[in-house]
Write a protein that binds this ligand. Structure first.
Ligand code: ZN
Ligand code: ZN
Length: 395
């Protein structure tokens, strides 16, 4: 992720999650369709891109121009309808010019020289983008590439469309499952991303972003006197910081602090059972899990008298979704540190920061998840931003 002329950084300065949309199928006045931005240092990765995501980005602190990758969990419209307009905006896309006038984007030279916007998603993501751009006459001014996570039942090759790729579409990979997961679909010196199928009404994927081990804490007092005594250049401190062992001119051996685990964030799409992702998500610092439906008697005035916790769970599962208790149980199973709930039904308002009734409802949803999970639980709100800290050293 480092720029061409910069020194490659050895750790991320920060990791931040901003929820851009937390609604399920229907948006409401307080919740937009699904999308979240993961900020890794200066880069932004989007997870899902529902309708009007670019409007939400403009209302947030997320910088559109910093978006480097987009991960799609599944191709249901509430998770992907915003992708084409977002691509048009960030890649200088628009309709062409009238006859007789040249559009300079048609003369774009070799796009293989430019790093493309990278998109990951299940089968159909590539065909959806290609046909959407074609039929809306959208010409992009920059390249993109779509890597598809292919399930065992999917064709191993091909683009799932006869339509030819556009000049701005670079050849993407079709990534087969390997022992039930998609390991390391992306990695650089700081982070890696793996994925696994999760059960929903259509093929759906959960992603796990893992930061590589980070430098340990340095106590300069342990090193500086030896370095000074032997007239060793202080630059050796940066090697020690990386955990290296250094032998000084008088034979003294200095050991840098050992590296400590980086942060792990599991971001799930819609699901009624994410079991296949459990191993990858083990001990995640953050688990983001949907909680579409909840039974809230006495709190939700629309509660049907014939409903119970069981009937609501049966209904949620039949539609491929989860209740807060199901999300809590999964967080408990994988030993997550914090559980962030999202993808709420339109009946659960997203203005609980200012509205008392909304606060009661979201508080009740949180309490249901807490029946199954003892860690911290947060019901996500649109534009809510959360810093993901490294765990304390004593952990
Ligand atoms: Zn959805
Ligand atoms: Zn869905």
């Amino acid at each position: 992720m480092a720029g061409k002329n910069k020194v490659t950084p050895t750790a991320l300065s920060s990791i931040n999650i901003t929820f851009l949309g937390t609604a399920s199928a229907q948006p409401s006045s307080t919740r937009n369709h699904s999308s979240l931005a993961l900020r890794l240092g200066g880069d932004v990765w989007l997870f899902d891109c529902g309708e009007a995501t670019q409007h939400q980005i403009q209302r947030s602190g997320v910088k559109m121009g910093r978006i480097k990758k987009i991960f799609i969990t599944h191709t249901h419209g509430d998770h992907i309808f915003g992708l084409l307009p977002l691509m048009a905006s960030i890649m200088n896309g628009a309709g062409g010019t009238v006859e007789g006038l040249e559009d300079e984007r048609n003369h774009a030279t070799d796009y293989r020289e430019v790093s493309p916007l990278e998109i990951y998603g299940p089968l159909g993501t590539r065909a959806y983008i290609r046909s959407g751009l074609t039929y809306t006459h959208t010409i992009l001014g920059a390249p993109y590439v779509v890597h598809e996570l292919r399930f065992p039942i999917d064709p191993a090759v091909g683009d799932y469309t006869e339509m030819l790729s556009l000049a701005t579409e670079l050849a993407g990979q079709n990534i087969p499952e390997d022992n039930g997961i998609w390991p390391n679909i992306y990695q650089d010196s700081l982070v890696s991303v793996s994925a696994a199928p999760i059960l929903h009404s259509v093929p759906c994927v959960g992603y796990v972003v893992t930061e590589k081990p980070v430098p340990g804490k340095m106590d300069p007092k342990q090193y500086v006197p030896h370095i000074k005594r032997t007239n060793t250049p202080m630059a050796v401190m940066s090697r020690l910081q990386q955990g290296e062992t250094v032998t000084l001119s008088d034979g003294t051996v200095l050991h840098g602090p050992s590296r400590r685990p980086g942060r792990k964030i599991a971001i799930l799409g819609d699901t009624y059972d994410p079991s296949p992702l459990a191993k990858l998500a083990a001990n995640a610092d953050i688990l983001i899990h949907e909680a579409t439906n909840a039974h809230l008697p006495g709190v939700d005035s629309d509660t049907k008298p014939e409903d119970s916790y069981e009937t609501v769970e049966i209904r949620a599962k039949s539609r491929g979704h989860s209740t807060p208790q199901m999300a809590g149980a999964f967080a408990n199973r994988v030993g997550a540190c914090r559980l962030l709930l999202n993808h709420f039904s339109a009946r659960y308002p997203g203005n609980d920061d200012v509205d008392e009734e909304a606060r009661r409802m979201m508080g009740a949803i949180k309490a249901l998840a807490a029946e199954e999970f003892r860690g911290e639980i947060i019901c996500a709100r649109d534009l809510m931003s959360i810093e993901v800290q490294l765990r304390a050293l004593s952990d």
